[in-house]
Design a protein around this ligand. Structure first.
Ligand code: FCB
Length: 445
């Protein structure tokens, strides 16, 4: 394994709705994900995040597990409806208290917190007035950012505004497979702009409050054309504009990309000064990487979108059927670095789901064998090292995820954790990948 600097951050990532549970406790308001899960047919087998990993009550045990693995960073998200139940107005002190306890626990264990303000669980009251389709939500987000910073700014240095605005817009508002379940296709574009505006306003609020390390995290994919046919390369360019450029050009270049392939001449609802706010300098950029994308021209000229997913072939697949292409991460990082004046980069998510077995109840201290995950992590960490060698300033790597958890529309069917969770007993069992990561971190320090 190539060497990484001694101050490189090695951690794991989670998100509030996927692990906390306790959805009705201490004054938490309802989120769009509570609503979505309650709608029949939305989430596989009707699973919900109502209990999840019960992390709200077991965070001490979970932080202790992280400390045992030797992690020096932990990325988690704050539940907006726990802190501001209706998404506006004064804070819910009891909700903030939880994150106060969690950050103290992390500090006591020497683990650097990477706090994400919004990982998809929007207060339902805000959704009822338009959610991210409404410009006002961006202003509400900035107020919320300030509330959280006021309480935790003395202990949290790394602030991420949003998690994966591309996925939130595409899955939540364009395709309807995530909350709030709207299938508006390109009419979802205002959600993209308002998410970006929320990022810009939130950044300004955090800056004014004294935050010195502000990030945005997005999901990115290297886009490969299915063939050299100009129709396929044009389709690949169109997809790249939507998945990668729509959220990066405004942030790093101060303008929207060309979306004419979608029949869009201008992103709607952009006011003067919006792009100045959105392109304010950042201190770090979070890349979530899972796989590349292979894109072809649409099968029919009347197709709703100017591309079709041709699928990556000839590579192994995870249990989620996602292609395993570690070199795609190197390719992506080098490409993004060439396109944009990037601040330091953090891999804020990378990981894989496999149908890992349960620990053998007859063996004391049994672990869970997950050799594919070890191979996956090893190969992707090497891919990060290659990108660093090629000049990309990557400063940290956070595995998705610490624990098996509520995997959105897949419910509890996809296990991404380094630590196995028995969702009946809540027993945590480190998988062999956790022990591998522990040894890797120890060897790097
Ligand atoms: C990302 C999400 C994260 C998790 C992983 C598998 O898109 O940010 O919450 O679900 O995928």
């Amino acid at each position: 394994m190539p060497r990484f600097p001694a101050d490189f951050l090695w951690g794991t990532a989670t998100a509030a709705y996927q692990i906390e549970g306790a959805v009705d406790e201490d004054g938490r308001g309802r989120s769009t994900w509570d609503t979505f899960c309650a709608e029949p047919g939305r989430v596989r087998d009707g699973h919900t995040g109502a209990v999840a990993c019960d992390h709200y009550h077991r965070y001490r045990e979970d932080v202790a597990l992280m400390a045992e693995l030797g992690l020096n960073a932990y990325r988690f998200s704050v539940s907006w409806p726990r802190v501001q139940p209706g998404g506006s107005g004064g804070p819910n002190t009891k909700g903030l208290d939880f994150y106060d306890r969690l950050t103290d626990e992390l500090a006591a264990r020497g683990i650097t917190p990477f706090l994400t303000l919004h990982h998809w669980d929007l207060p339902q009251e805000l959704e009822d007035t338009g959610g991210w389709l409404a410009r006002d939500t961006a202003y509400r987000f900035a107020d919320y950012a300030e509330i959280v910073h006021t309480r935790l700014g003395d202990r949290v240095a790394h602030w991420t505004t949003l998690n994966e605005p591309f996925v939130q817009m595409a899955f939540g508002y364009a395709l309807g497979v995530h909350a709030p379940g709207k299938a508006l296709l390109m009419d979802a574009l205002p959600a993209a702009h308002h998410l970006l505006l929320g990022h810009g306003l939130g950044t300004a609020a955090l800056r004014a409050a004294g935050a010195s390390h502000i990030l945005l995290t997005n999901n990115h994919t290297p886009v490969r054309p299915a063939s050299a046919d100009p129709a396929d390369t044009a389709a690949a360019d169109a997809y790249d504009a939507l998945h990668n450029r729509l959220f990066l050009d405004p942030v790093f270049l101060g303008r929207y990309p060309d979306l004419t392939a979608y029949g869009v001449s201008e992103v709607p609802g952009v006011s003067e000064d919006d792009l100045d706010l959105i392109s304010a300098p950042l201190d770090g950029f979070g890349v979530n990487y899972y796989n590349p994308t292979r894109i072809a021209a649409p099968e029919s000229p009347d197709a709703a979108l100017p591309f079709t997913d041709a699928g990556i072939t000839g590579v192994p697949r995870t249990g989620f059927d996602w292609p395993v292409v570690p070199e795609g991460l190197t390719e992506l990082l080098i490409d993004l670095n060439a396109r944009y004046p990037l601040p330091p980069v953090y891999i804020t998510e990378n990981g894989c789901a496999y149908p890992d077995p349960a620990p053998d109840p007859d063996i004391p201290n049994a672990t869970v064998p997950d050799p594919e995950r070890i191979a996956y992590l090893d190969a992707h960490i090497r891919a990060v090292a290659s990108a660093r060698t090629a000049g990309v300033d990557v400063r940290g790597y956070l595995v998705w995820s610490l624990l098996d958890n509520f995997e959105w529309a897949e419910g509890y069917h996809q296990r991404f954790g380094l630590i196995h969770v028995d969702f009946t007993t809540q027993k945590r069992t480190p998988k062999t990948s956790a022990l591998w990561y522990q040894a890797h971190i120890a060897a790097m320090s």
